[in-house]
Design a protein around this ligand. Sequence first.
Ligand SMILES: [Zn+2]
Length: 361
Amino acid sequence: MVIEGFYLDGVTSKRVPACLGILSRHQQRLAITNQANNDQLLCVNLVQLEISSRLGGVPRTFAFESGAQFVTNDNDGVDQLLKVLKPGIAPSILHTLEKNFILIVFSIITTIMVVGSVTIYGIPKAAKYIAFNMPNFVVKQFEMDMVILDKTMFRPSNLSIERRSDIKRFINPYIQEYISDPNTYLEPRLDFRSGMEANAFALPSGQIIFTDTLVDSVENDNELVAVFFHELGHLKEKHMMRRSLQDGIVAIMVFFTIGNLDALEIVSAIPTLLADMSYSRDFEREADLYALQKMTQNGVDLDYFRDVMKRLSEETSDLDKPGSAGTDGPADVKVPEFLKTHPGWRERLLLVDEFQSSAGQ
Ligand SMILES: [Zn+2]
């Protein structure tokens, strides 16, 4: 039995076409000879070398103690040789698995199910735990978010100083009420920016941003109160922080599974997207319910919530249409996915109805 391949002496990079054969079956002795002149290059016992496991069509390597190597594509030949020298040895588990189609399908389905359930159930739980146990000095680091957003997406507000202070004045009592709750951890601050469509954000540092377009589009200031409470709900439940943590955990998991940073971007996008689709909906519902409770407590008519959510959803759906872009933002500004927040208004109006009927209003 002869296996063809090439020999590397471990000193130079020269590849010598060579053959590997059995010298003595009883002593488990192998010899490597030069294919060109039949000179013996090496003679070793089986115990003195390491043979790589079979994995599909990957060439097998015989590594010798001296650092020399014999490499061959003749995987069947190597298996046969091992069968002769070490009868009863089990073939490589990986190779067996790789040859078995049913096992492959089974492994893929199991992997998808495990990754899916970890992504959908495990990661959000972990992120929630981390978010609610994060020391305040770490939370302060998120102040940088605003600096980055100001450099990339936002432009300074063009609203008049009077209008801005007017809004801050009627929002301020709600902020004071929020701070007076001993269970809150941050002092919310209201700020205004332009540069994008009608929207509002609650950043992990406690900053709540209204865009100029939002302020300009409302017909009654109580609509801004509704939006403020919705964002306060996001802040209270640390939604954006939890979402960033979730994305981060997914990215780290993918890195440890695949071990390749290049693949990270493409692969991590898939489970992140899947998870986002299910949990951002929950977050929105949570924030909506918080807003409805707070509006009720403060005697603000829930119709203002209906009005503004419908308005916001119309704005967002216009922007989602292909080929359309925000009118007041620079053309190259792309809204990151994590800031695209609001689901359909019909669903939200139903939630208001549900809330009102459960509250017996
Ligand atoms: Zn929201």
